[in-house]
Design a protein around this ligand. Structure first.
Ligand code: DQA
Length: 156
């Protein structure tokens, strides 16, 4: 886990799930050549440019991801999550996101809708503010931009 110093607009929790630690070498024809570290750096830079801090976490364990989402309540103002394959299987992650009542953006590097049928369903999408698929690793920066708007003070 990496964290930036506290920032004026609070912290975004950036979560990557199973197998995303292999980015850069895992099926590069699908996921590209950027590593997890590259992704975390670009998402953190986008968060900092918008006035947020960032905490980045990757785990291959469903329970660790649930725990991280729970810990976000009180320590983060929004969540960016690429839950990898747990997207398509995990009611527990969906319930965790719903339970903490923070704006969350679901990201997938690949266009899951162009892939196998089992990747077309997400348990997370109904409880997320937005879903970004198929934009490559740029999707993480787009997700910051969504939270930047969602967390902007209301204009009178
Ligand atoms: C993924 C898509 C998932 O279907 C897959 O299991 C992943 C990565 C993506 O970023 O495109 O691990 O979430």
């Amino acid at each position: 886990m990496t964290s930036t110093p506290a920032a004026s607009r609070g912290t975004l929790l950036i979560i990557n799930g199973p197998n995303l630690n292999l980015l850069g070498t895992r099926e590069p024809e699908i996921y590209g050549r950027a590593t997890l570290s590259d992704v975390e750096h670009l998402a953190t830079a986008a968060a900092e440019a918008a006035g947020f801090g960032a905490t980045c976490l990757q785990s291959n364990h469903e329970g660790a991801l649930v725990d991280a989402i729970h810990a976000a309540r009180g320590s983060a103002v929004g969540i960016i999550i690429n839950a990898g394959a747990y997207t398509h299987t995990s009611v527990a992650l969906r319930d965790a996101i719903a339970g903490v009542e923070l704006p969350a953006v679901e990201v997938h590097i690949s266009n899951v809708h162009q892939r196998e049928e089992f990747r077309h369903h997400s348990y997370l999408s109904p409880v997320c503010t937005a879903v970004i698929v198929g934009a490559g690793v740029h999707g993480y920066e787009l997700a910051v931009s969504v939270l930047d708007k969602a967390l902007a003070p209301a204009q009178s």
